[in-house]
Design a protein around this ligand. Sequence first.
Ligand code: CA
Length: 512
Amino acid sequence: MNEQPRTVRMHPRDNVAVVLNDGGLPAGTALPGGPVLREKVPQAHKVALSDLAPDDEVLRYGVVIGRAARAIPAGSWVHERLLKMPDARPLEGLPIANAVPPLMPPLEGYTFEGYRNADGSVGTRNLLAITTTVQCVAGVLDVALARIRRELLPKYPHVDGVVGLEHGYGCGVAIDAPDAHIPIRTLRHISLNPNFGGEVMVLSLGCEKLQPERLLPPGSIPIGGEGSGHVRLQDEQHVGFASMVDAVLATAERHLARLDRRRRETVPASELVVGVQCGGSDALSGITANPAVGACTDLLVRAGATVMFSEVTEVRDAIDQLTARAATPAIAQQMIDQMAWYDAYLARGGSDRSANTTPGNKAGGLSNIVEKAMGSIVKSGSAPIAGVLGPGEKATTRGLLYAATPASDFICGTLQLAAGMNVHVFTTGRGTPYGLEACPVVKVATRTDLARRWHDLMDLNAGRIADGEASIDEMGMELFRLLLDTASGRRTWAEHHGLANGLVLFNPAPVT
Ligand code: CA
């Protein structure tokens, strides 16, 4: 091996370091100022810097990520089987808004080219969305969407595309159960996402539980009748399948004609509503890509934008850091309430936060959820937490928000769309081709090896931080500029290839 061994220690208290070299480091490698490796340690995995006795604390990010399951001599590979996971921090007695970071200086002069909407929001894409009330209509909608793309979109070149808001909800569900408001408000708010220009169009069946009047706010669309934004398949006027599809096309064309008249205009960076999340994480996620996202989050907040971080089970173990950072005691309490609700939700299912980590996370060097969480929350940067959103709620304030969502990539993305997200940042170390139809997704690789192999899927390579070629702050600024370009219309790799995952609603309520 002709490469120098490179490791990173996140905090001076840490007694493990993470190997950065592509391909890992072989047994016998002498770490600069550290032990000699007793065995091969793969990239992104941990090495013990000192001898650990059974039950000794293992520290990373200055936080106890576990206790040694047996004696671990210095220079050993510290993998998940050698770590006993600590219990979750109780939600009582947390520090409350006692370490609120000082406000950072404003960042002025940054703009993007966006679509201004009547409600004051700004879109980064000009899309027609067709909202559905129930899964029953999805087949008809799919046929109609194919025809809209083929026959209508070429006539309206200023429209970026058409999105079918299809989902598994709407009927066969306990629609009056206490938690049913979550999927319902999620769908409502997605229909009003800034990238859809306020042109709400609805396709319903007729007999379903989720009636359009219940789904959408009063007055947002004229429901029923000729010339409305609503097509109902069971209406008597529809005789045969072709009549249904024709009705969807005729209604869509009226919306497309209006959307086609819109043009981008220069707007301040404060109009960005950015959702950040990670998926397919490895131990470099918390060293390269997520810290770069954190640096970008700080720039966005300084520019007056809205940034949401999410993924409950990946922030649960850092709750004490987050309640301390909350701008007010009320915000800290909202955060605790969201955690308590989610703890109870997981307990009801006979599970807890430790169910989060995947085989790929562990193969990638993340031993447990505590370690994963510490690397995940760095995406939130260092600003005060200015607000908390429950699942499916829409953001109404700017700054750094905690949007409570599951960590599942698709459910998190769906809920961030409902919150009003107009650009999405997604970091990955293992690699996932994730994308959304409703919103551009900028994907950031944690490792150069992934960025090289997935050269036409990853939009930015934060692995350059591990390679010593860029600092975290430089990558943060590069990502910030890339987000502004993307918001102005530059296509992501996922958009280029037409890659998009489906909406996945979070429905904690019973089905019937
Ligand atoms: Ca995720």
